[in-house]
Design a protein. Structure first.
Length: 405
């Protein structure tokens, strides 16, 4: 087997990518897990489309750009190695995940298996299904090294297991869950498999055929660098007819009589007609931008920068880095001894450095287990630099000294 060597992003390429991202000249942005800075071309695409709508009309502008709008599905399919008829464009990952999860025909006694890294929206979904249908959900805890236990997953499976629902990358931790290995287990037992790839797409290679998932939810605003209010849902062709539709209109069910209707024969049945076409084009442009760079190259640089950040933070007295596990991503979480995370974020912001605060509610099971009420989350992207990491660490040293008694 021949392994292709990945060509790293050169300093010249990084500087060009930064030049194409106006925000990088204003601030150091380490909140990419919240919302990345979009490339200028994405911003221009959205603004220009809105201007045309204002001048020529919404329906008329949509008709003019109909082929480019339709190409969004092709771009997304390329990104995750799916077929275009397996993609639905929605407003965000929560909507995508909710349509997939709530479309499952749950019965009393059904079991859902998840991990301790699950996002709050998904946890609420499990609790609601528990109250509504009488399902049970089991949590697979990480081992002492911070790794998801595949052995525990295998032992948890029973004839009542209806779904395995896994968040690939947590909101408030740097660890990654082995979704490919989980997919093999799900397929072996013929169990539905739902993956939350909210933090994954645009950061790491995502191949739905390799993952072997039935459903996958994604947002646009994070590592894809698309506008807020964009996202998509992947549903395997063979599973589409097994999911109930939560909402329908004349787009999702294009054939209707006074006594019956028929839904579309593709994943667009999970969409509604009215959506923001300008944002859809922005999403398409962002996906194309990432594909043009190369997801493997993006992932290589993110790992390098995140590793560098963790090492530098660990060398600072008074800082605890919380990330564990064998597989780690571009999200770096830490706390400053004796300082509230909100205060750390505020002090960094005063120095034009963006980070975010991960609250316990975001990943409640993981945070409670580790007795964390909040953490500082610094998330890198390929357009960040080693100099920016050093600048943040130096600023943190100054902040710690200024608050030290």
């Amino acid at each position: 087997m021949i392994t292709m060597k990945i060509r790293p992003l050169s300093d010249q390429e990084v500087q060009q990518l930064r030049a194409e991202t106006g925000g990088t000249a204003k601030r150091i942005h380490f909140n990419n897990a919240g919302a990345s800075l979009p490339p200028d071309i994405v911003v221009d695409t959205v603004i220009n489309y809105l201007n045309e709508e204002a001048i020529y009309g919404g329906y008329e502008t949509e008709y003019k750009y109909r082929e480019l709008l339709d190409d969004t599905y092709t771009q997304i399919a390329r990104l995750i190695n799916a077929d275009t008829d397996e993609i639905a464009i929605v407003e965000n990952a929560s909507a995508a995940w909710g349509m997939a999860f709530n479309g499952i025909d749950f019965k009393k006694g059904d079991v859902v298996i998840t991990s301790e890294m699950e996002y709050v929206t998904n946890l609420i979904g499990f609790l609601n299904a528990q109250k509504t249908y009488g399902i049970e959900f089991k949590v697979i805890s990480n081992d002492e090294h911070g790794n998801f236990s595949l052995a525990a997953l295998k032992n948890a499976i029973s004839p009542q297991t209806k779904l395995i629902a896994i968040t690939h990358i947590s909101s408030t931790a740097g660890a990654m869950v082995p979704i490919i290995e989980i997919g093999k287990i799900a397929r072996k037992h013929n169990i539905l498999y739902l993956v939350d790839a909210c933090q994954s797409a645009g950061q790491v290679p995502v191949d739905v055929k390799e993952i072997d998932c039935d459903m996958l939810s994604v947002t646009g605003r994070k590592y894809l660098r698309a506008p807020r209010g964009t996202g998509f849902l992947y549903v395997r062709k063979e599973v589409q007819d097994k999911l109930k539709l939560i909402f329908m209109d004349g787009f999702s069910a294009p054939w209707v009589s006074q006594t019956d209707y028929k839904v579309r024969n593709d994943a667009r049945r999970f969409e509604l007609y009215e959506k923001n076409r300008a944002l859809t084009l922005g999403l398409s442009k962002a996906v194309g931008y990432a594909l043009n760079i190369g997801i493997e190259r993006i992932w290589q640089r993110i790992r390098h920068l995140a590793g560098l950040m963790r090492r530098q933070l660990e060398d600072i007295e008074g800082i605890t880095v919380h990330d564990s596990g064998d597989q780690q991503c571009g999200i770096v979480t830490f706390s400053v001894n004796g300082m509230d995370s909100v205060l750390v974020k505020s002090e960094l912001a005063a120095n034009q450095i963006n980070v975010s605060v991960g609250k316990a509610i975001s990943t409640l099971i993981y945070m409670n287990k580790n007795q964390l009420s909040s953490i500082v989350r610094a998330s890198v992207h390929y357009y960040n630099t080693e100099e920016e990491i050093k600048a943040m660490c130096n600023t943190l040293i100054t902040i710690i000294k200024s608050y030290r008694p």
